[in-house]
Ligand binder design. Structure first.
Ligand code: ZN
Ligand code: FE
Ligand code: FE
Length: 273
């Protein structure tokens, strides 16, 4: 079984990389990718653990691009982790994130719902490469009693169009495709059914996008089938994964349930530059 979309404590997941790998092995996965948001800080630890458990680890990261003020998540695979320009690129992505955290905290304070954001910044500083974003702000709102849970915090404060929403600024999807390609990797457009930007798929396919993430915990069978057809139409490979963030996190019960086939992985690999 193959799951190419997993998060750890290097971003907003709840399990440390080694613990996540142990869980993945226990539920029968054979090939996985740790795809934290804008960081590969969890990959080395995950790689050691994968060796111990006899799993194959595909290097990965979930990069946030910006299109029309909206986040577009893009999964990068097979990247050369020693590539200096790519590491610098991810570093810049994370400093954008911190900048945005400060701006959102300012808006929340102005709205009368201040959060204690120094601990968030300390969290980022305490583990080099750790990425901080709205999920951690949502947790701070919950901790401050301003929201019931993360979803509530996004609905009432942090989501697109909500009062503390701060538009992201950052590189567009084409830039991500080119930066990843220069680091020897390929890009799969993450959960297109959640991103809801189907109109950019032809453009990105022409710009070198390799794949669509057709299998995802939040795609129902009809959505999956629709993206399978879109991928075929544009000559794209397909990828899949659970987007597991930990048992108590989003998609908690789905580790090992949303997978892709060995044939699909082989086809994805042929796209490597
Ligand atoms: Zn996440
Ligand atoms: Fe995502
Ligand atoms: Fe994800």
């Amino acid at each position: 079984m193959i799951d190419l979309h997993l998060h750890t404590t290097a971003s907003d997941g709840l399990l440390a990389p080694a613990a996540l790998v142990a869980r993945a092995a226990a539920c029968g996965l054979k090939t996985i990718s740790v795809t934290d948001h804008d960081t590969v800080a969890g990959v080395a630890e995950a790689n050691d653990a994968a060796h111990r458990h006899g799993l194959r680890l595909v290097s990965g990261v979930e990069i946030t691009a910006v299109e029309d003020d909206r986040d577009v998540h893009m999964l990068a695979y097979f990247i050369d982790l020693s590539n200096g320009p790519f590491a610098a690129f991810l570093e810049a992505q994370r400093s954008d994130r911190l900048h945005r955290v400060r701006e959102i905290a300012g808006r929340l304070a102005a709205l009368g719902s201040p959060i204690d954001y120094e601990p968030l910044l300390a969290l980022a500083a305490g583990r080099p490469g750790r990425s901080i974003g709205r999920p951690q702000i949502a947790d701070a709102l919950v901790a401050a009693g301003r929201a019931v849970d993360r979803d509530d915090a996004f609905n009432r404060f942090l989501g697109h169009g909500a009062p503390a929403f701060v538009p992201r600024s950052g590189p567009g999807p084409e830039t991500i495709i080119s930066v990843v390609g220069q680091a020897g990797g390929i890009v799969s457009l993450a959960h297109p059914g959640l991103t809801e930007m189907d109109h950019i798929i032809p453009r990105l396919a022409a710009a070198g996008l390799a794949s669509l993430e057709v299998r995802h915990s939040d795609h129902d069978p009809a959505t999956e089938e629709r993206y399978r057809q879109t991928a075929a139409q544009h000559g794209l490979a397909v990828s899949g994964g659970s987007d597991f963030h930990g048992d108590a996190g989003r998609r908690g019960s789905l580790l090992g349930c949303v997978t892709m086939s060995a044939g699909e992985l082989a086809a994805l690999e042929t796209r490597r530059p």
